[in-house]
Design a protein around this ligand. Structure first.
Ligand code: BES
Ligand code: ZN
Ligand code: ZN
Length: 497
């Protein structure tokens, strides 16, 4: 999608569709809506009076060849209550408009922001919405109609004097949303077409193109480094594991500055292993690599946005299969850190690969860690499909992340970790066991297990199991992998000092 800034007056914009939005119960008597209404001979006032245009969230009102406007269509999207409106809502409105117009074969659209939304942050949100909504999970459909995408979009509402703000938001929004779509593409790939080796190849190709350093550890190197937890998961499959490391180094690097480590779970298929999962819905477990995909997406964006800190992504990748050499319940393995782990349930494999992931990230010099993982069904019980579960060992670092999640429009909610939960993961025979022994609190047990390996390093764990995949179509988004956490972590890295 090509996106430009158009500073012409709204009535002169000759797009196939001009998009704007109206708040709940709003009358077109001021600002942008009043201008459009006047130019179009009172068309909007009449629609409001008739009760057709109410401003309810995501309501769509489409006018064809409105008189007085150069655009072929005017699309007014309901924006809901004005006092609840922010950049998160603006992003979704822009996205909903694209979803509505894409199906009508429209190719060129202009998004006209309202009088209070003329900042760089607004431009960024609109652009993110447009690009994310233009994505469809249809790569393997052989009967798709060619050219159902929107090919051109422009941003309007900014005066010539504010063009720099619009341009800045546009550039930033573009790279972030394209990187999120990159993560979504990986998340949608079936596991036969995205093994750990193939994931590593795709990450390496991206890194080379973006100018990032990349190092892929193969099974021999992984064994040499004694990553016993990752190897234990991988041994049940004929596909070898990979540890993918992508590094961004700023031009001016202060050797004493903190280094951000992003560790992502990338199980390219999770059968559960010997503790095998039921057949129902098992096909979804191809998306068990979305934590890793998110980190690859973040690195892609950072290569362009160039934060001032060094960032290292560490992505342990494996299949979790019940092959003849598979790990078995009760097995004891030594992780890279030297800790012994009793594997009670082979389906709790994510925390095993992350154990070696965070240990390696620390070894590479990361001073702060964030991991993202589709780790537990329990977090979905706790928070549903609305909020990512956030566990943090350091209050200041965790509040930074929560602020970034707000700025990025990705809902995240803190959950507790404290020493009282530790008894849960005590093993009778090894240092720790990979599942909690108590009833309930499954997402917390997962976090407590990872904490054993992060030690004193400030660390945040994001359990994205409820948000990495979207089963139903939303007005603003296609089904499938969502790329959740990419925007939040890009924001965090850009502000990290
Ligand atoms: N990949 C799953 C978690 C998951 C579940 C992700 C649903 C997305 C949707 C993870 O490896 C797993 O199987 N976790 C177990 C842990 C249990 C055995 C302690 C779970 O949540 O049941
Ligand atoms: Zn599992
Ligand atoms: Zn898993």
């Amino acid at each position: 999608m090509e996106i430009t800034v158009d500073t012409r007056p709204a009535a002169q914009i000759d797009a196939e569709a001009l998009i704007t939005y109206a708040f709940d119960q709003e009358k077109p008597d001021s600002g942008v809506l009043a201008q459009l209404d006047q130019a179009a001979g009172g068309a909007l006032s009449k629609l409001v009076a008739s009760g057709e245009l109410t401003g309810k969230m995501f309501e769509t009102t489409l006018l064809y060849y409105p008189q007085g406007l150069a655009a072929q269509r005017l699309l007014v999207i309901g924006a809901g209550k004005k006092d609840k409106f922010g950049t998160a809502e603006l992003r979704r409105l822009a996205a909903a408009a694209v979803r509505a117009l894409k199906s009508r074969q429209v190719k060129r659209v202009t998004f006209l922001v309202r009088e209070n939304d003329r900042s760089a942050a607004s431009a960024q949100a609109v652009v993110e919405g447009l690009i994310l909504a233009n994505f469809d999970s249809d790569k393997y459909k052989t009967d798709k109609k060619p050219g159902t995408e929107i090919t051109h979009a422009s941003l309007a509402g900014w005066e010539e004097s504010a063009r720099a703000d619009a341009d800045q938001g546009l550039a930033r929004g573009r790279v972030i949303a394209e990187s999120q779509n990159f993560a979504r593409e990986l998340g949608n790939e079936p596991s036969n077409l995205l093994t750990p080796r193939m994931l590593a190849d795709r990450a390496a190709a991206m890194a080379r193109e973006a100018g990032l350093a990349v190092d892929v550890l193969d099974e021999n190197k992984i064994a040499e480094l004694k990553m016993g937890a990752l190897l234990s998961v991988a041994q049940g499959s004929v596909e070898p594991p990979r540890m993918i490391v992508i590094t961004y180094t700023p031009q001016k690097l202060d050797p004493k500055a903190p280094v951000l480590g992003l560790v992502g779970k990338a199980i390219t298929f999770d059968t559960g292993g010997i503790s095998i999962k039921p057949a129902n819905d098992m096909e979804k477990m191809k998306y068990d690599m979305c934590g890793g995909a998110a980190m690859i997406g973040v690195m892609r964006a950072l290569a362009t946005l160039k934060p001032s800190c060094k960032v290292i992504a560490v992505i342990p990748s494996s299949e979790n299969m019940p092959g003849g050499r598979a790990q078995k319940p009760g097995d004891v393995r030594i992780a890279m850190s030297g800790k012994s782990i009793e594997v009670i349930n082979t389906d709790a494999e994510g925390r095993l690969v992350l154990a070696d992931g965070v240990t390696y990230a620390k070894k590479l010099g990361c001073t702060h860690l964030v991991d993202a993982a589709t780790l537990t069904g329990a977090v979905v019980v706790a928070l549903g499909n609305i909020n990512v579960g956030v566990f943090g060992s350091d209050e200041a670092f965790t509040s930074q992340l929560l602020l970034s999640s707000k700025a990025a429009g990705e809902k995240m909610w803190p959950l507790p970790i404290d020493d009282d939960y530790r008894d849960n993961i005590k093993s009778g025979i090894a240092d720790i066991q990979n599942v909690g022994s108590g009833k309930g609190g499954g997402a917390i047990a997962g976090a407590m297990f990872i904490r054993e390996f992060t030690g004193d390093t400030p660390w945040i764990h994001l359990d994205i199991a409820g948000l990495a995949w979207q089963d139903d179509v939303k007005p603003w988004n296609a089904k499938g992998a969502t790329g959740v956490a990419v925007r939040t972590l890009v924001d965090l890295a850009m502000k990290f000092k």
